[in-house]
Write a protein that binds this ligand. Sequence first.
Ligand code: DCT
Ligand code: MG
Length: 394
Amino acid sequence: LLDVSWYTESMRAGHPVEITHRHKLQEQQISEAEVALFSVSSYACQRRTTLDNHNSNLTDALSLLAENAELNNEDGRGVAFRRAAALMKALPTQVISMSQLRGLPCLGEHSLRVIKDVLENGVSSEVESTKQSKRYKALKILTGIFGVGAKTADRWIREGIYNLEQLRHSGQTLNRAQKSGLEHYDDLNEPVTKAEADAIGEIVQKAVDSVLTGSQVALTGGFRRGKLTGHDVDFLITHPEEGKEVGLMPKVVAWLESQGFLLYQKTTRNSYLESKDGPARPASNMDRFERCFSIFKLTKGKEQETASHKIWRAVRVDLVVSPISQFAFAVLGWTGSKLFERELRRWAGHEKNMSLSSHALFDNTQNKYLRATSEEEIFAYLGLEYIPPSERNA
Ligand code: DCT
Ligand code: MG
């Protein structure tokens, strides 16, 4: 997939490849022939992207600009920066010169300008000025509240609200989610660890065991891809007998609530993927999908709680119930990364004339749904090499 012949050859010849400083580079006058040239597939779902990122200086810069674009509702621009960042994440070595990027896909003029700035000056001036801008800072703070999206944050900023203090004194009416989000702001902006995710997994497993024996719980999202921290914990729940999962979510939520595990919960019947990205034709078996956005109360230790010593923390948890017939699609759709999922759907549509969602795969040429019981089968239908979760970190 990746052409690293130069890299291995120069390693053998004893050339230094881990040169990080540009002045050192200039002094050594490294010729282009000596610089690694990469060959990379253009869809992120064709690439293996591990958490081992050799270009975090570049991906951090591009990701920040992507985030800023998304916060300003500039989706096209956001995706362009995400694609560029994902491409840099997939490179097998550190990029030290612009010439190495020649012929690579996904790098638009703007992204190349940012990369050049970082390679030459250590930082991108656009990133630095974005970080310093009053608007970006306010958008970050306000969308850091669970339940607040870019549009709400923008409205508040236009009304002169830039931080939590101003929001609290503004007299703005907050919905239930936003009130909860504001109340648990610090906890919810603290990364969730794998150990905390596992502890919550045990609680969720206990909940489903108590309400329906034989139910299965799968950890999805970033933790399934091997990430050590996340902004939330994502679970998928199913039952091996089709139809048994109907009505499961309210029971699980009621059990969790009765045990005092929930600080907030809201259950919706349709997932966002279903409403936005599902196959063009509605499938009758889709209205069963249920999702619960929640905030868990996770006890940290066994010490006694006092007025000044809180022994629990709030954690964002997403629960999704899927019928077993859609489980493989749901696991694939909820494992991420977001860009990997977006690219899978783009590949399916543009290259295969198929519609992929986290419920199903529809073949528009054959005019039929393609059934699958494993992620491997879905990749095979799509004509893609199987990429395991740990290599979907695009
Ligand atoms: N997802 C998606 N498209 C979205 C949102 C989510 O395909 N717009 C999928 C991919 C990942 C999964 O749902 C869970 O979403 P997040 O929790 O937002 O992502 P994550 O990778 O788990 O990130 P984090 O580690 O920060 O929770
Ligand atoms: Mg997650």
